[in-house]
Design a protein around this ligand. Structure first.
Ligand code: GLC
Length: 575
């Protein structure tokens, strides 16, 4: 890649600063911990490079509190000899979802259904702004996995089974998040998890990925190349193994492929406790530049790496390369000139414009799989019974990574439920049967069913926890049975992080909508049900016919047409 004058000036700054640094200061930059795991003094005494917030004690109650907490830590970092500013990272994967009150967008699977790069770019820019408003300059998003099997607990974090669609939306997401990286309203983005996270055998989170090098190149690398070509600032290593090697310690793919062949000059960051879990200094030699040294790993990591350099296990050049990559991104973010968040952004968190954009995304994410006798759009003066706990619970409609890592099963600040949306538009009586035990008569029943929130391995079907299944829970099947058997025209709304085996329920329903995980603006669903807007969503994944489709490594998908899906990728009806 030819270097511009700007690049050359940047490299001079990076090299000049590197030349002043001690080994401790370099290893400090390669260290990332949670804000509540260290004292303010340790930010400077351990020369920390990055602070994150994930689950656990929040940095405060209000966005101002969050900014002030991070300003305090930033000032501590700036009090060190070289005054190298901190990166503040967060899993803002569908809005700044760790902050209660932020705009929560549909998860990426719903954005995949919109097929709308312009919308995805706008959503990413809003997410960046609300992340900056709460003190962060780095988000661990987008997840650019290609899910091969719906049994994986993270299908919804990715856009689609289609490499082409994923690549297009990855470009939009990186552009939206990073914009002009030195702009205080934008953040550094992270393409994750490199590589093969969604293609493990039987969809096991962190399992083994059996894929040939050509299939990795054909199906999995294109979104990363697109992100790299757009200057994505970080790539996060994956928990899975590939070729029998932990991806955290996979030098051929991290260094030789990603950094050298693909030209990535940003930060490769480990995932959770990557150092202690995947080979300690092996991961540094493989090309990991910054380590998420959380949950007790901090001292072991810093001491272990210093010793490894001292006895030649890790070359000084590797440490210098890692440090330069970190400094390069901090310069690109403009942190040396402007290390603090802009308090003026706080008033924009959850504002009407942001929520309108989220509501548009909800509308465009909905996929109509069946509409017998054109039951939809509903008349606003219909007598309607709404069924199921998912209809009046904004936590249940939002999935994992909503305020908490595993999401919520109760309402959260600023969100609108599906039932509220229906009540706002309907002009006749709306009955609510929360658990399917009532015996209401109505012109139409809207039955809302789905998956309670989960994140990561908690959502694996067949995994160690195995709390989920490919079919609907029996009580949800009963909701549909009851109203369909009463002869009331039934619209089923499925809230899920993945396609599910719902062949029977689709047959029983007069209309069936895949709504994915809509997030805070649940009223977007009613706007389409009543016809104020048309259905635009198209399936980002093949829709399975039976549980038997999942006996092998993969489910029905674009590349293995030996399994006939119930509905193909790209399917969806409109009015
Ligand atoms: C988690 C996830 C990763 C996330 C990180 C920090 O284990 O795998 O996606 O960014 O840890 O929360």
């Amino acid at each position: 890649m030819s270097k511009t004058k700007t690049d050359m000036i940047l490299e001079q700054k990076v090299n000049a600063l590197l030349a002043k640094m001690t080994l401790e200061e370099k290893i400090g930059q390669m260290t990332q911990v949670r804000h509540f795991e260290i004292t303010k003094e340790e930010v400077s005494s351990k020369f920390l490079g990055s602070i994150i917030h994930t689950e656990g004690p929040t940095p405060g109650e209000t966005a101002t509190d969050w900014q002030l907490k991070f300003i305090e830590l930033q000032k501590q970092a700036l009090s060190t000899r070289l005054a190298i500013p901190l990166l503040f990272g967060v899993d803002a994967v569908h809005g700044q979802n760790t902050f209660n009150g932020a705009t929560i967008f549909p998860h990426n699977i719903g954005l995949g259904a919109t097929k709308n790069p312009e919308l995805v770019e706008k959503i990413a820019s809003i997410t960046a702004l609300e992340s900056q408003a709460t003190g962060f300059n780095w988000v661990f998003s987008p997840c650019v996995a290609i899910p091969f099997n719906e049994k994986w607990g993270r299908v919804y974090e990715a856009f689609s089974e289609s490499t082409e669609l994923t690549t297009a939306l990855t470009k939009a997401s990186v552009k939206g998040h990073q914009g002009v990286l030195s702009d205080p309203h934008t953040v550094m983005a992270t393409a994750k998890h490199f590589i093969g996270d969604g293609a493990t055998d039987n969809g096991t989170e962190g399992g083994h990925t059996t894929l040939s090098a050509e299939d990795v190149s054909k199906y999995l690398l294109p979104p990363y190349q697109a992100a790299v070509d757009l200057g994505v600032g970080a790539v996060m290593a994956s928990f899975n193994t590939l070729d029998g090697i932990s991806m955290h310690a996979h030098k051929a793919l991290i260094t030789d492929t990603l950094k050298i062949s693909m030209g990535f000059d940003g930060i490769v960051v480990s995932d959770w406790k990557g150092y202690s879990r995947f080979g300690e200094t092996d991961i540094i030699n493989a090309g990991i530049d910054m380590v998420m040294a959380v949950d007790g790993d901090l001292d072991t990591y810093q001491k272990g790496l210093k010793e490894a350099v001292g006895n030649g296990i890790v070359d000084q050049q590797r440490i210098d390369d890692a440090t330069k990559r970190i400094l390069r991104q901090k310069f690109r973010l403009g942190l040396f000139d402007n290390p603090f968040p802009d308090s003026a952004l706080i008033e924009k968190i959850g504002c009407a414009d942001h929520r309108n954009m989220a509501r548009q995304a909800v509308r465009e994410s909905l996929v109509l799989l069946k509409n017998k006798d054109n039951l939809l759009p509903l008349k606003k003066d219909s007598k309607i019974v709404v069924v199921g706990e998912f209809a009046e619970n904004t936590g249940l409609q939002s999935g994992g990574w909503t305020v908490h890592w595993q999401g919520m099963t109760e309402d959260y600040r600023g969100a609108i439920s599906i039932l509220n949306g229906i009540q706002q538009l309907a002009t006749n009586e709306i009955l609510y049967d929360i658990d399917g035990t009532k015996n209401y008569d109505a012109d139409v029943a809207i039955v809302v069913v789905g998956e309670t929130p989960y994140a990561e391995f908690f959502g694996d079907i067949g995994g160690e926890i195995n709390a989920y299944q490919l079919t609907l829970r029996q009580e949800h099947q009963n909701y549909i049975n009851k109203y369909a058997e009463k002869g009331i025209p039934t619209v089923t709304i499925l809230i899920s992080g993945r396609p599910m085996v719902t062949t029977t329920q689709i047959e029983q329903s007069d209309a069936f909508v895949a709504a994915w995980l809509p997030g805070s603006e649940g009223d977007g669903i009613a706007q389409v049900l009543f016809g104020d807007y048309d259905f635009k969503g198209r399936l980002p994944h093949s829709w399975p016919k039976s549980v038997q489709d999942y006996q092998g490594k993969y489910g029905p998908n674009l590349w293995d047409n030996s399994l006939e899906p119930l509905f193909p990728f790209g399917y969806g009806l409109s009015y």
